[in-house]
Design a protein around this ligand. Structure first.
Ligand SMILES: [Zn+2]
Length: 519
């Protein structure tokens, strides 16, 4: 019988009573006992024992919104989030080009011009990427994944027919910048094959374990799956078949599959303890960073953003999902997009079985109005939000620069969401992944009115995330019978509200076994 006993620290079970204990025992992949050391030891028969030496145990973190392949590919390719300025970003790409055979793609991810010094905060340009290489197609994808810049060779290598409206031009010439659907085409054209996707998945799983994450909810991006040959699914299912998926994964299917998913008559939750179907992922608008979120406020660069799918299209997809009791997770960032999604969710709710609460999800909800938050509470709509987004909410930060200073206290309203009674789930949207990194912003938000407590933040990244995927009876707490998924931290978050990001992950335990060990 496989047993693992952790004792001599502080175990926060995060159950309804917020039990704290000295020890926890895992047996056969589940939590077997939580309590004082004597009682828990008496329960064990032949356990591997780990002395916690005062460390802190929490339920494993659950990233409620991520793109697992982007995480992995980002690790394998050039990570531009590491660049402190334009020059460094271009140098990183040039390094990549130097070791890439001519003609093959040079891929850079997660560039964030808003974090660069004043005067350097324009998007990367075609000319700059031409200076990186003229022998390779080069692309730098923005951190939000909603836009990218290509060099001339890259523009030539992608088929943009049908999505020309998302290829930016000046004086009739492409600027090298593409947004939304055209960014999807770039991904499709530059996408890796199955072995590379499999390597990316392994890299992402390792990274998640390092971060104390034991479950993820991976949502479809904008790229049409069929455009890149199902490599992601193939890698995911191969890992699952080979028992290599030691990160519990719930996946949300892309909007284009709404009808076929419904025709299969699979309801949300189909799958097993490792790989489950969450439901349908749809998009309503773009992003703030790319000035494509559909807002009530005007962007600095002009305009109010765009719906990437209009109301009628969303309605049709939602009806397909409702027909077979599938949950829907809809990307909605701008205030107007959120309002439209809630309208259509309210309509769709009447089409689900009366006994089934589909826990419809709004992903991001960054610019939700008071009224929208109230409506979400009334309809039981889940807010799936990303506390790490507040990294852009500082003075002279992206939110302010794109939408004006008065947007700063009015975005990512975690406090108002919780106070209204809206179920809150935290995730990272892989910008970057990292629950401790993200939670520090929710706890120390520059806008005190939107701060949440340590317990509320931890709950949103564990219990709340589990609720968002109908898994609250299996995970999110350390109660007997729940999955043996936990994280051991070198300091107690409850006592380090002002230094969350300095807390280290010592151990990650998945299914009652050690998946990551930093000791
Ligand atoms: Zn996302």
């Amino acid at each position: 019988m496989s047993e693992l006993l952790l004792r001599g620290g502080t175990v926060h079970a995060l159950d309804d009573d917020r039990t704290t204990a000295e020890a926890v025992l895992f047996r056969e992949g589940r939590v077997a006992a939580v309590g004082d050391a004597g009682t828990v030891e008496a329960e064990s028969t032949d356990a591997e024992v780990i002395d916690l030496d005062g460390r802190t145990v929490l339920p494993g973190f659950n990233d409620a919104h991520t793109h697992v392949f982007s995480v992995g590919i980002g690790l394998l390719e050039t990570d531009l989030s590491a660049a402190d300025d334009r020059e460094e970003a271009l140098a990183l790409l040039a390094d990549n080009a130097a070791s890439t055979p001519a003609g093959e793609w040079v891929l850079g991810f997660s560039y964030d011009e808003s974090s660069w010094p004043a005067g350097e905060r324009d998007y990367l340009t075609k000319a700059e990427l031409d200076s990186v290489s003229e022998d390779h197609p080069v692309v730098a994808v923005r951190v939000d994944g909603h836009s990218a810049t290509l060099n001339s060779r890259g523009l030539d290598a992608v088929d943009f027919s049908g999505v020309e409206h998302d290829v930016r031009e000046e004086h009739g010439e492409p600027t090298g910048r593409v947004v939304e659907d055209a960014t999807g085409r770039v991904r499709a054209a530059s996408y890796p094959d199955v072995p590379k996707a499999s390597e990316a998945l392994d890299a992402a799983i390792d990274r998640y374990h390092e971060l104390g994450v034991t479950s993820i909810q991976t949502v479809a991006g904008l790229t049409r799956v069929r455009d890149h040959g199902y490599v992601q699914q193939e890698a995911l299912f191969a890992h699952w078949r080979d028992d290599d998926l030691d990160l519990r994964t719930t996946f949300y299917v892309p909007q284009w599959q709404a009808e076929s998913l419904s025709d299969l008559e699979f309801a949300s939750g189909f799958g097993d303890d490792w790989l489950r179907l969450g439901g349908l992922k749809t998009f309503s608008d773009g992003s703030i960073g790319s000035e494509t979120a559909k807002t009530h406020r005007e962007f600095a660069g002009g305009g109010f953003g765009e719906m990437v799918n209009d109301r009628e299209q969303l309605r049709e997809w939602f009806a397909h999902a409702a027909r077979t009791n599938q949950q829907i997770a809809t990307h909605a960032i701008g205030g107007e997009a959120i309002d439209i999604v809630i309208d259509e969710y309210e309509r769709a709710l009447s089409e689900y079985d009366d006994e089934f609460d589909p826990r419809l999800r709004v992903e991001h909800a960054e610019l939700a109005t008071d009224e929208a938050i109230e409506r979400m509470a009334d309809a039981g709509i889940v807010a799936s939000m990303q506390p790490n987004f507040l990294q852009w909410n500082g003075e002279d930060g992206l939110y302010e620069n794109r939408l004006g200073a008065d947007v700063r206290p009015e975005n990512n309203r975690y406090r108002d969401v919780l106070d209204a009674g809206v179920p809150l789930a935290f995730g990272s949207d892989k910008m970057p992944p990292g629950p401790l990194y993200g939670m520090q912003f929710a706890v120390e938000s520059p806008h005190e009115s939107q701060r949440v407590g340590v317990d509320e933040a931890l709950a949103a990244y564990t219990r709340g995330a589990a609720y968002a995927e109908f898994q609250e009876d299996e995970k999110g707490t350390l109660e007997p019978g729940r999955f043996g998924d936990a994280v051991v931290l070198d300091a107690d978050p409850y006592e380090n509200a002002d230094a969350f990001d300095e807390i280290g992950v010592e151990l990650t335990i998945v299914d009652g076994e050690i998946a990551y060990d930093a000791r």
